[in-house]
Design a protein around this ligand. Structure first.
Ligand code: DAK
Length: 268
């Protein structure tokens, strides 16, 4: 169990995740091995607590979310869900805590080995880039439990893999391999499992060396495209592009090119 210190506010004991921070990269490792990292309420609270800290931490430019070699996450915790009734869903907003990952402004890379099922597949899709190990398996098996995805599975999957494949996965509950996920555009890369950490860190280091405000704007522009029409996305992209001209880092990036040197971004 690790304890996270916070200059102000409360301290949370981390029982279900491991958190590390180094060289502008924060790593959150899901750590419920006995339950294949099933996403219990407390685990989601711990992720949200860390993301809240990281959103205020200018030292961190990029986050890696990973699991174990056997499981990224085998879904929401079925033990916690099994006795829920409609009335408790209505009274308590269960969806809300799951939405924090998708609202996080800095880039998040999902580094996925093993099972990414149900809620596990959904939180991977909430991340910005998915890198998969060759043993990864993706799917939305909720149909086999007599229910349907609830954290964006029916929505983000369609946008990633298209209607037909999304229908196949959600309606049959079957899984796809990492290679298939790559072919369908769900993941950006598949690597041998022993290379997963290095590949993820290489990408994270590359991203971490960019200007933080520009990363945030670039992510916002792509998400707007994902979530709206082309014309609205284009208008938003133009405004965000224009806004970069108020940033020192935009000036530095262009001057560095002209002076044939590497840029030194100051994140302002
Ligand atoms: N929940 C709880 N425990 C789980 C679990 C899960 N999702 N997945 C695995 N485990 C536990 C198993 O019960 C087992 O515990 P013991 O029996 O040892 O005590 C242990 O992890 C190891 O699992 P297995 O023995 O089953 O391991 P195998 O290698 O044989 O099989 C498997 C691996 C991943 C194929 C299998 O465990 C499996 O089918 N797991 C369930 C997969 C699944 O159906 N996932 C979808 C869950 S539904 C929401 C947001 C999201 C969601 C809902 C609401 N809101 C915001 C409202 C999401 C819903 C879901 O994800």
């Amino acid at each position: 169990m690790s304890k996270i210190d916070r200059t102000r506010g409360s301290i949370m004991e981390l029982e279900n995740i491991i958190f590390k921070k180094a060289n502008k990269i924060a790593t959150i490792t899901l750590n419920r091995p006995k339950f294949l990292n099933a996403l219990c309420d407390q685990l989601i609270k711990e992720i949200n607590y860390i993301l809240d800290l990281l959103s205020k931490d200018d030292e961190v430019h990029v986050v890696i979310l990973k699991g174990s070699h056997k499981a990224f996450a085998a879904g929401a915790d079925i033990n916690e869900m099994k006795d829920l009734k409609l009335i408790s869903h209505i009274k308590k907003d269960f969806i809300k805590p799951w939405e924090e990952i998708s609202k996080f402004k800095k880039p998040i890379i999902a580094s996925v080995a093993g099972y990414a099922l149900g809620g596990g597949c959904e939180i991977a899709m909430m991340c910005d880039v998915i890198i998969a190990a060759d043993n990864a398996k993706f799917g939305q098996p909720e149909i086999n439990l007599g229910t349907i995805p609830a954290a964006g599975g029916t929505q983000r999957l369609v946008k990633s893999v298209g209607k037909s494949k999304a229908m196949e996965l959600v309606l049959s509950g079957s899984t796809i391999s990492a290679e298939e996920a790559l072919n369908y555009g769900l993941v950006s890369k598949v690597v041998p499992i022993e290379d997963l950490d290095n590949t993820t860190i290489n990408l994270a280091e590359n991203i971490a060396n960019k200007s933080l405000p520009i990363l945030i704007l670039a992510k916002e522009a792509i998400l707007r495209s994902f979530e709206s029409t082309l014309s609205e996305g284009m208008i938003n992209e133009r405004r965000l592009f224009q806004s970069t001209f108020e940033l020192e880092d935009r000036k530095e990036g262009m001057m560095a090119f002209i002076e044939k040197r590497s840029p030194k971004f100051k994140n302002n």
